[in-house]
Design a protein. Structure first.
Length: 45
């Protein structure tokens, strides 16, 4: 089951810019993950 989309955060424009820069540099599978201050994203396996 897919999670509902989170509301955009104030950091969303910066995250989109960084994602675009990484993809331009050849990175694939770049994913934006919303976390709260002090949290770390869960590692993908």
């Amino acid at each position: 089951m897919a999670c509902p989309a989170a509301p955009p955060s104030p950091n969303e424009p910066g995250a989109q810019q960084q994602k675009a820069a990484l993809e331009t540099a050849g990175c694939t599978g770049v994913e934006i993950v919303t976390v709260k201050p002090g949290e770390l994203p869960e590692p993908r396996r």
